[in-house]
Ligand binder design. Sequence first.
Ligand code: SF4
Length: 345
Amino acid sequence: MTDLQRAGAALCDWFDENMRPLPWRKNREPYPIWVSEVMLQQTRVETVIGYFERFMVRFPTVQSLAAARRDEVFKLWEGLGYYRRAEYLLKGAQYVVAQLGGVFPRSARELERIPGIGAYTAGAIASMAFGERVAAVDGNVLRVTARLAAYHDPVDLPGTRAKAGEISLAMMPEGRAWSHTQAMMELGACICLPKHPRCNLCPVQDACRAFDMGLEQTLPVKGARKKQLEVQRDVYMITDGRRILLRRRPDEGLLRGMWEFPGEEEAERGFLAGFTVRRRERAVSVRHVFTHRIWQMQGWWVEVEPCDAPEGCCWADEGKLAALALPTAMAAFRTFAAARLGGGN
Ligand code: SF4
C-alpha cells in the first residue's frame, strides 16, 4: 500500500466517524446530490441547508423540478445568489426528463452531457451516487492535495486541477467513493482551512508533506488575482405613494425574466421623463460584490404622480414586492422600499 492509499483509508475512516449530519447525506440518490452540489457552489454550507430543505420539499424529484415554473424556482433560490445556477438546474432537470426518461446516467462522462453539469459536479454525482472511481475537484480538494503532496503549481491553472484529481484518485480506497469524495471536501472545509489549517486535528498529518516541511501556510500557490472591475450604478425606487415600480429583465441573457428596480439603462433612455416627478431624494447606497465585478449602487427614492406602468414594468404593492423573485444585489433596496411603503412614506 502506498502512503497516499494509507492516507486515503485513514481519511475515509475519519469521515465516516466525524461527518457533519447534513441533509443531503441522508441518501445516495443522484437528484438530491446534484441539487446540493449546485447550491454549495460559492455558498457556505450553513446557508445552503435551509434552501436545500425547502427546495426538496417543493421539488422532491427531478420530474417535479422539470415541470416547475421558472419564477417559482427563482423565488426559492432568492438570497442564494448566482441565479444562473438555478437556471441550469431547471434546464438540466428538463433534459433528464425529456431526453433520458427521468433516469440519471451512471458515469461522469455521460453526466457531463446534461446542460449545466460540468466536470466537478459530474464527478461528485458519479462517485457519490454510483460509486464510480472518479475525482471531483473543487477548491477544497485543490488546497488539500497541494498541501498533502507539497506541489507548487498555481491552483488556477487547468493542469493543476488534473493533477489534484490524480492525487485524489490515488487516495480513493476501493468501494468507498461516496466517503472519499466527501471526506476530501470535509477535510478542506473543517480541518485543512485556507488560512489556519488545524494540523493538530488532521487525520492525514502523517502523510502530509507540507506539514513535514512547514509549508502548510504557504501552499497552495495562487495565481495572480485579476482586479475586480468596479461599476457605479443608480437604482430608482419609483413610487406612486402606495406601490413601487419594478421592471422585468429581458427574456434574453443573464437573470432573464427576473424583476428588478429600474436603473441606469432606463435613466439613459429618458425613462424618468415619462413620469411627473413630485420629489426625488438620495436613499440607501449598496455595494454588491460579484465574482469578477463590484457594483457600487446609489439608490434614489422617486415619488411620482400615479400613472400606468410603462411597458415591461409593473406596480408592486408591499405583498407583490415580497412575492416576486429579485436578484440578490437588489435585496437591500427591496427592504428599504418595503419599509417606506409600510410606513406610508
Ligand atoms: Fe492540511 Fe495540515 Fe492536514 Fe496537511 S496536516 S492536510 S496542511 S490540515
